[in-house]
Structures are given as C-alpha cells and as structure tokens.
Design a protein around this ligand. Structure first.
Ligand code: TPP
Length: 576
C-alpha cells in the first residue's frame, strides 16, 4: 500500500503534470494539509499579503506568459477575498485556476467555522467551478480545470476542496483523457466564410482592423501582422489588445475608445469594413452603439460564439481560433491579391491619406511644463526608457489611460491591466505575477495614489521575493479619474475624491528595506526614472504630477465615437 498518497500530494502531482512552476496564495486552517505537502515540494508558492492579490498575481502571470496562472486560498474569508480577482479574470478572459480549501465534507452546511458557500458564490465569477466530493475525482477535476481555463475562450476556473479530501489517501491514477460532452471549442473557422471574408476585404475601400485581447489570448500576433502587411490595412488595438500589433508598426494607428486617439476613433467611425478580431464591441470602445461605425460592414472572428452579434451585427461571422482562422484568411487574401488589389487601390490610398491627416491634426500631444510634471510627460519618459520592450502593469484610472496612450508595446504580454472589470489594486500584484513569469524583463508597475494604497501590503511580497519591480506612483492627490468626471459632469463638486494623506515614500520603502523617492521637479524626472531602472532591486517612485490634468480625447458616456472632446474648454476671448 506504499503507493497510496494523500489528496494534498495528489493535487501537487496534478499541478506538476500541468507544468505549474509557481503559484500565489495564502494559507489557512483547511488548507493546512496542502501547505504541509508543499513544504518539501519543488513547486514554488509565493505568499502574497491578501488573497485578492493572489488572483491578480496569477492573472498578471498568465497575461505576461500566455500560461495558466494558479492561486490558492483557504475557506471562508480566504475564498471570498478571491472573488474580485476571479471576476476580473472572467472579464479579461485570463486563464487562471483558483484552488480553495473547504471545511470538512461532513460539516458542509452546518455554518462551520470559516465555512462559506464558495461554489455558489463563485458560480457567476468563473468560467466553471467545481466542488470536489471525494478523493477519487480530484485528479480528473484538476486536469479538467486546467483544460477549461486555457482552452476556447480562456477564463478562471475554481476548484473547492474540502479538508478531508486533502487528507484522504488513495491511489493516483494518471488522467489520460478529458471528456466534456457539453463543452465544444470551434477552432477551425468555416472555410466558406473565410473565403467570403477575403472577397469582402478586397471589395472594401476603407477597411480597418479592430484587434482586441483575443489576438493575445489566441497567440495570433504573428498572423495579425501578416494580415496587416499582406493587405496594408490600418489597424487599431483595443486597451486589451495593445501589443497585438507592435506599437511602432507603421500600420498601427493607436487605441480606440473613450480615451482613444482622434485618428483611431475617426477611423472606427468612417471605415466601410471592420475586421473585428477577438473583440467584444465593448461599450468603452464603441461609445453609443447605435452611432458606431454606421457605414461599416463587419467581419467578426471570435472563438466564443456568444460574442458574435452580441452588440453589433456581423455580416460575416466566423467562429474559430484566431490563429488558425487568420492563417487561412491570409492564404486566401494572398491568393486573391494579384487580381483584387488594384481595383480599389485609389480609394484605399485616399483612406490612408485621411488617416494620416487625422493623426497629424490631433496627435496625443505631450505637454511639458517647467514647474510641474505633466502626467503625459511621465508616460512619454517611461515609453522612451522602455523603447517598446518593458512590461508595464497598471492600476485603474487616469494613469492607466495615459499609459495606454503614450507607452508603446511591441509584443504581447507587455501591457497588463484590468480592462474589463477596472479593478483598482490590480497594478502592483499583477506586476508580481508578471515578473515571476518573465524574470528577464524590466517591469514597471504604474499606479495612482489611490490604487497604490489598495495594494500597498504587497510591497512586502516584492521585497521578500527579491523582485526588481519599478513601482511608479502617479500622484495627483486625487482619485483622479473620478475627480475628472466630477469636474466635467457634476459641476466640479469634488465629493470624496481628495487623497490628502499619502505616506512619505522614502520612509515607506525604507521601512520595507528598499529605496524610494519623491519627485516633483520636471527637471529631475528623467534622472529619477533612470536611477530607479539602474537599481538592481525594487524601487518606489512617487511622482507628483499636475493635480487637475484631464485625460483627453474623451468620448463622454453615451456619446458617439466621433464626438470626442479633444481638450479642456479654451478660454473665450472677450470682445468689445
Ligand atoms: C476597486 C475599485 N473601486 C472603485 C473604482 C472606481 N474608480 C475608477 S478610477 C478611480 C480613481 C483612481 O484614482 P487613482 O488610483 O489615484 O488613479 P488616477 O485616476 O488618479 O490616475 C476610482 C475610484 C474602481 N475602479 N475600482
């Protein structure tokens, strides 16, 4: 009977077979048997300082590497603390597996100490969730969880494991097959539809590629680039799709949407064919749906059939894996190109000229001041230092939008933010996951002074794990994005948005044993950022920026995408 193993060890065996090298978690009573088994197991467990951050770190790891992130929490409060991270992963289709401990099976339903209905609570927060009822089903469930998290449209999968299952002993039977009758993943895409899409493409005069997070999740960036180069199409990448096409690629316009560029939004409004790739026509992108891209026919490719036609009718719907579909589409486009290309070439040249004019008319300008650091200046400096190569994680708010506008990303997995849920507190823990996944990369974690204070306990994790993350707090003294809306839409009645207390970062960082510095003078900014980057360990920069700067362009909520406010109201000249 020597080859019997505990559930805890069996779980570790499954994780090892799934190739898991690192997980993020926080222990507790019911997970004690699991943590005991971890004690002498090679799997690296990173002790975060709050379970929400375990999920965010797993998501950062997943986004930076394209692998599945793993997090773990105990029952009751541990599991409920994970929930925001699960919803976040759900909204951004981040592949994570969450493991939670549950009270002993015989106590379930008795209001036992630290009992919560994790299965019920996380049902709508996950792509799928499981409650393990006995040890025999544990391996099958764990491997299914990984399969579900990473396949099709990725997402979070939770496995709730009662303490007695961790402790029970049984024979480990390797799982050789995943058989999920109700779960179908359509990968190939319909050949007829793909051919029709290619024909429709060559008939268009003003085509535009609208690429989203699906390009990154589907690892289809090479194919996207080929598409754009075969067809010489202009392309926009959404907040979640940045890096899908290199930020420095000549066909890349920039990000569209509420804070997208003038050129990207005008192109979204005026095109006659939208090639929508791994996008969901999110309201932050489309603005008022009824007025969105009114002249466009739509080719929509997505692996999730539920996305197609959800917000916008697709003239050519293609359900499939973006990589596979684009490979086929590129072949047909190339085949048709010799005959088709010339037909609309004048119109396409005019379209390109128009887009270049829009770009020149209203670029993201990069205001500088002698006396104050402008947020745009900060982001432009980070962009210069990164040169399109660094990983940048961001929190939520104005700094997130400026970072997306000003920092270039040349590859997938470099821009990591909470796009769908918009969870403050995401920036720092996701940087932890990203740096674990990509130890070779320079990682900037950018946060506002609000969001930073939501995730501040993770400074301890950063130090104890020796992560050389460069933490940049864009400190405007306010919950900046909410202040902006109060200014613009609520008569500047600034209600509960002032952050008048902020720790001295020199002391704060020193208290954790690393370096921090406050920078207020624009003339010091470059040197301060370069010093932080040169430091072998972590560095905390508190950059005090102009407090009342607003993010522009802005499509006001409910506005049409071409109705952008381009800047603050100009003072009216008073005549006589
Ligand atoms: C958990 C959470 N609570 C509240 C919000 C609403 N919210 C969106 S942006 C924002 C302000 C963020 O302020 P800060 O972190 O200082 O960043 P800034 O906008 O100033 O760059 C708030 C409160 C949110 N997105 N997430």
């Amino acid at each position: 009977m020597s080859n019997l193993m505990t559930g805890a060890k069996m779980l570790l065996e499954c994780l090892s077979r799934e190739g898991v090298e690192v997980m993020f978690g926080y222990p507790g009573g019911v997970t004690l048997p699991f943590y005991d088994a971890l004690y002498d197991n090679p799997l690296r467990h990173v002790l975060v300082r709050h379970e929400e951050n375990a999920a965010f770190a797993a998501s950062g790891y997943a986004k930076a590497t394209g692998k599945i992130g793993v997090c773990c929490a105990t029952s009751g409060p541990g599991a409920t603390n994970l929930v925001t991270g699960l919803v976040d992963a759900m909204m951004d289709s981040a592949p994570i597996v969450a493991l939670t401990g549950q009270v002993t099976s015989s106590l379930i339903g008795s209001d036992a100490f630290q009992e919560a209905d994790t299965f019920g609570i996380t049902r709508s927060a996950t792509k799928h969730n499981y409650m393990v009822r006995n040890l025999a089903e544990l391996p099958q469930i764990i491997h299914e969880a990984f399969y579900l998290a990473g396949s099709g449209r990725p997402g979070p999968v939770l496995v709730d494991i009662p303490k007695d299952v961790f402790m029970a002993r049984g024979q480990y039977e390797p799982v050789t097959e995943i058989h999920l009758p109700g779960y179908k993943v359509f990968t190939e895409g319909h050949s007829g539809q793909i051919r029709r899409a290619a024909q429709m493409f060559w008939e268009a005069e003003r085509p535009l590629v609208y690429a989203g997070g699906g390009i990154l999740l589907g690892k289809a960036h090479k194919e996207l680039r080929e598409f754009v180069e075969i067809t010489d199409s202009p392309a926009v990448c959404t907040l979640m799709g940045l890096g899908g096409l290199p930020g420095s690629h000549p066909n890349f316009i920039s990000m569209p949407g509420m804070h997208g560029s003038y050129a990207a939004n005008m192109a979204m409004y005026n095109n006659d064919l939208l090639i929508a790739l791994g996008v969901r026509f999110d309201d932050r992108v489309t603005g008022r749906l009824a007025a969105f891209a009114p002249h466009a026919r739509v080719i929509h490719v997505d692996i999730d059939p539920a996305e197609i036609g959800k917000n916008r009718h697709a003239d050519i719907p293609i359900v499939g894996d973006l990589k596979r579909v684009l490979q086929k589409l590129n072949r047909v486009l190339t085949e048709l190109k010799p005959e088709a290309e010339a037909k609309k070439s004048d119109a396409r040249k005019t379209w390109w000229r128009q887009i270049r004019d829009w770009k020149e008319e209203h670029p993201f300008d990069s205001p500088r001041s002698e006396s104050e650091i402008k947020p745009q200046h900060l982001m432009a400096e980070i962009d210069r230092i990164s040169g399109g190569k660094a990983i940048v994680t961001s929190d939520v708010g104005q700094h997130q939008m400026w970072a997306a506008q000003y920092i270039r990303f040349d590859e997938p997995g470099q821009w990591i933010n909470s796009g769908g849920l918009g969870s403050m507190g995401y920036g720092l823990p996701s940087a932890i996951g990203a740096q674990f996944g990509r130890p070779d990369k320079l990682v900037f974690a950018i946060a506002g002074d609000g969001g930073f204070q939501m995730s501040l306990p993770e400074l301890a994790t950063i130090v104890s794990q020796g992560l050389p993350i460069k933490i940049i707090v864009m400190n405007n003294g306010y919950l900046g994005m909410v202040r902006q809306w109060q200014e613009l839409f609520y008569n500047n009645r600034l209600s509960s948005v002032t952050l008048d207390t902020f720790p001295q970062v020199e002391l704060l960082a020193a208290a954790y044993g690393f370096k921090g510095r406050t920078v207020e003078n624009p003339s010091e900014l470059t040197e301060a950022l370069e010093t932080a980057v040169a430091e072998p360990g972590p560095y905390l920069l508190n950059i005090k920026v102009t407090p009342f700067e607003n993010v522009y362009p802005m499509v006001p909520a409910g506005g049409a995408i071409n109705e952008m406010v381009l800047g603050p109201p100009q003072p009216v000249a008073v005549g006589d």
